[in-house]
Design a protein. Sequence first.
Length: 84
Amino acid sequence: MLTCKEASKMVSQSMDRRLSVPERIGVRFHLLICKGCAQFRDHMTLLRRTCSQHAGSEESESALPGLSPAARDRIRQALMHNDG
């Protein structure tokens, strides 16, 4: 039986790769009995879908209309620096 920590890690990994059959079975079983992890999966799915839609829209560059292109670049650089 997976712990919540293991299940949430696999849910996150499943967004980027196909889980093995034993991993999928373990996660599905855990999600059946753990409402918290099931909600985490639902939130991750919604967040990924929303971010994907936003990144692909023409509005993404105008999301902060008051910022100059230079300010946007500085924010992007700061975010990339903090992410690594």
